[in-house]
Each structure stands twice: as structure tokens, then as C-alpha cells.
Design a protein around this ligand. Structure first.
Ligand code: AMW
Length: 122
């Protein structure tokens, strides 16, 4: 098991681990393919460029899990009628979280398998 703040994470939902970091699928993705990446990027490991980085540091800023992590949200043309509506959706998402809105472990593990394969092949 890996620890993500107050949560214990089952290996089945983790799709990538490096010496200093790991990445898992989100139990409640706002867009398809949303993932979480934790820890510190190991030097020399591949890094992807991000066009926009925003931080939420602490509960007052909306952070719900006390563990440094990065959300990766693959965006597609037209996924929101106004492009920046995703930020309102993210705020609502954390405020209105409850277990009945979470994906099952099986659903998460199935997505993690797809991503695992992708990272093995690329
Ligand atoms: W934060 O509000 O701390 O920036 O984001 C925490 C994120 O972690 C949320 O998107 C939430 O859905 C996700 N999350 C919390 N616990 C788990 C878990 N056990 N497995 C997968 N995702 C989780």
C-alpha cells in the first residue's frame, strides 16, 4: 500500500512508480483520464511540459489531501461549453465530495491498467 495523505492507496489503482514518486487514477475524475501524481520528480526521469500550473496550498485554498500532488486533466476541444468552466467544476467537485460519487475500485483499476500499458510502451 502507498500513502496519499490520509488515504491508503491500493497498488491496483497506481499506474506508475519511480524512485521518488507515484501516480494513480482519481476516484472522481472531472474529465476522463484525470490522474494524480505525487512526490518529487526524480532527476533524469521524463518530464512533460505543462502549459498552465496552479497551486492550491492548504485547506483554505481548497486542498483536501495533505500530500503534495499534481492533478493532470487531459482536455479536449468542447469538453466544457466555456473552456474555463473546468475551474468552477473543480471547486464544486471538492466541496460536494461523497462516497456515492466515487468510482469503484474495479473501474479505477481498469483505467490504471490502460495507463500502465501506455507508460510501458511509450
Ligand atoms: W486536492 O483537493 O487535495 O488538490 O485533491 C485531492 C484529489 O484526490 C481529489 O480530486 C480526490 O477526488 C482525489 N482522491 C482523494 N482520495 C483518493 C483516493 N483514495 N483515490 C483516488 N483519488 C483520491
Amino acid at each position: 500500500m502507498l500513502r496519499f495523505g490520509q488515504h491508503l492507496i491500493k497498488p491496483s489503482v497506481v499506474f506508475l512508480t519511480t524512485e521518488l514518486s507515484f501516480a494513480l487514477v482519481n476516484r472522481r475524475p472531472v474529465v476522463p483520464g484525470r490522474i494524480l501524481s505525487m512526490g518529487i520528480c526524480a532527476p533524469g526521469k521524463s518530464r512533460r511540459r505543462s502549459g498552465r500550473l496552479e497551486g492550491q496550498d492548504g485547506p483554505e485554498a481548497g486542498q483536501t489531501v495533505k500530500h503534495v500532488h499534481v492533478h493532470v486533466l487531459p482536455r479536449r476541444a468542447g469538453d466544457f461549453s466555456r473552456n474555463d468552466d473546468v475551474y468552477e467544476e473543480l471547486q464544486r467537485h471538492d466541496k460536494e465530495d461523497s462516497p456515492d460519487k466515487w468510482r469503484t475500485e474495479e473501474e479505477m483499476a481498469a483505467e490504471a491498467e490502460i495507463l500502465k500499458k501506455y507508460f510501458q510502451e511509450n
